[in-house]
Design a protein around this ligand. Structure first.
Ligand code: NAP
Length: 494
């Protein structure tokens, strides 16, 4: 019996799924789909392991500046976190553990990238990098945001005779100890790495194009007693998750969306005091002092960057990079910084999302054309004209200042409600309407102008027009919007 006929006789449709990406949100999707009775789920992962961002980012010092109790699935609290903020390796172990205990790995096709999705006769036809084909009812794009490394266009970059490596493609064979290391950039990745390697290298040259505000943040270890209490009583962990979630939302996430808020002033004061109190040399302090508002760029959190940059091995280089030569980096003042290792901590192409995968909707509309100017989506989740295709952490969503796990969980709960419409036979296709998407986007863009991200700095938050490509409202509002789909905003066909 065909699927449509099945729906007509039983009223219910068995749906099959392709989840693209086996990172944090792909693991989440698979677990949640199964929990809701969807058993036909295949995960496509182009790499050979789980964990997404935390598999890719293994540079020295990699950690998460969102508290671990919050950067955890709500359904899998972890009593074993060693510190308030965890290392990348610890988070990867956690994700692998959650995936294993929910039998996720058996459903993953590793080393297979989905290169194309065509919606034909009501179903998605997938083609993979291995030339394989699959046909499913629903695609979940769990492909991440900070995924495609940005390689700067620096003259002579390929001519460097030493090792060149991007932080997000770290290679364990890159030597650090006793080496002359250059790090390009002063974003979160660079700052974490500087603090981790300053006392291991022979010398460390940090090429700073723009100074950063740095929020000091201690990272205490959980005691054995605390961990035992988490193990003994799950409500203790739950309470901690709730407390930190509220503290994080009120103290930080909600402050940055209102450039004039009291919270913003407190963040600015803390960063300023950190600079004044931590950097003793007045000349260095001035070179580290940003000329834009704190948190305009994604705020850097570090208890020890200022200590590290003042280490005798370290030098802050503020002359512009002119080119890279076989020996090292030449700066505009003519100086050649001789190096063994050149680290590009230069961030990501954040407008790519699941591209270069091509997605072709039922009328022949192509994602590459729909997103030719810039990526947009209805509430980050659905694209008009691309039915039965949903994104987690898609365009213009809450990024940077929240726990992306919490965000993905809320988004997936919303998607599950839409899926129920498909499963119940209420409709065969569902995607946001163009009108609702345009209206959402217009309101979002207007609100984004009042955020601290729009107060005058260069950052990856800004799209090609200089508009912050992010959720510009409070986290509370995000929760409310994700609580229940406004079904009038969707095209329900068939
Ligand atoms: P990023 O914030 O985009 O920083 C890139 C850095 O490279 C900037 O300092 C930038 O300078 C510099 N840069 C780029 N091109 C350059 C060029 N041609 N010459 C000189 N400098 C150049 O990248 P990221 O540090 O990888 O962080 C990206 C995001 O990942 C973060 O904002 C955060 O959301 C996430 N992240 C999170 C954590 C965490 O703990 N949760 C850790 C790491 C990363 P300008 O400032 O002048 O543009």
């Amino acid at each position: 019996m065909g699927r449509d006929a099945q729906a007509q006789t039983t009223g219910r449709r068995e749906l099959s799924f392709a989840v693209i990406g086996a990172g944090m949100s792909g693991i989440l999707s698979t677990i949640k789909l199964r929990e809701h009775g969807y058993s036909n789920v295949t995960i496509y992962e182009k790499a050979d392991g789980l964990g997404g961002t935390w598999r890719e980012n293994t540079y020295p010092g990699v950690a998460c500046d969102v508290p671990s109790a919050l950067y955890s699935y709500s359904f899998a609290p972890n009593a074993e976190w060693t510190h308030r903020f965890s290392s990348g390796a610890e988070i990867l172990t956690y994700l692998e553990g959650v995936a294993a205990s929910n039998a996720v790995p058996g459903s993953v096709r590793f080393g297979e990238e989905v290169v194309r999705c065509d919606f034909v006769d009501g179903r998605w036809h997938l083609e993979t990098s291995l030339g394989a084909h699959d046909v499913v009812d629903v695609v979940i794009a769990a492909t991440g945001v900070l995924h495609h490394p940005y390689i700067p266009d620096i003259d002579g970059l390929d001519s460097f005779a030493g090792r060149t490596v991007h932080t997000a493609r770290w290679d364990e064979t890159v030597p650090i100890d006793g080496q002359r290391v250059g790090i390009v950039g002063t974003g979160s990745s660079a700052i974490q790495m500087v603090a981790a390697v300053a006392d291991r290298v022979a010398l460390l040259h940090v090429f700073q194009r723009t100074a950063q505000w740095v929020m000091p943040q201690e990272n205490p270890a959980y005691t054995d007693g605390e961990r035992q209490a988490f193990r003994d009583d799950p409500t203790v962990m739950h309470a901690l998750h709730e407390d930190i979630s509220e503290m994080f939302a009120n103290g930080f996430s909600n402050a940055v969306v209102d450039a004039e808020s009291e919270g913003m002033r407190m963040i600015e004061a803390a960063c300023l005091a950190n600079l004044e109190d931590s950097v003793t040399n007045a000349e260095l302090r001035e070179r580290l002092r940003p000329d834009y508002r704190a948190a305009c760029k994604r705020l850097v959190v570090s208890p020890d960057f200022y200590r590290a940059i003042q280490h005798p091995n370290a030098e802050l280089v503020t002359d512009a990079i002119e080119c890279v030569e076989p020996e090292g980096v030449r700066t505009a003042n003519g100086r050649v910084h001789a190096l063994d290792v050149l680290v590009l901590a230069t961030g990501f192409r954040v407008d790519r999302f699941m591209r270069p995968m091509e997605v072709v909707g039922p009328t022949g509309a192509r994602l590459s054309e729909i997103w030719a100017d810039r990526p947009t989506a209805y509430k980050s989740i659905s694209i008009p004209g691309i039915p039965n295709f949903f994104m987690l952490n898609g365009p213009n969503g809450p990024i940077g200042n929240f726990s992306l796990i919490e965000v993905a969980e809320l988004q997936f709960a919303f998607i599950l409600k839409l899926l129920e419409r498909l499963r119940s036979g209420g409709c065969a296709r569902i995607s946001a309407t163009a009108e609702a998407t345009e209206a959402f986007e217009a309101t979002r863009v207007e609100a984004a102008k009042g955020t601290v991200w729009a107060t005058g700095c260069r950052s990856w938050y800004l799209d090609d027009r200089g508009v912050p490509a992010a959720w510009p409202w409070t986290f509370q509002r995000f929760r409310e919007v994700m609580a229940e789909p406004d079904i009038g905003d969707f095209d329900l066909k068939g």
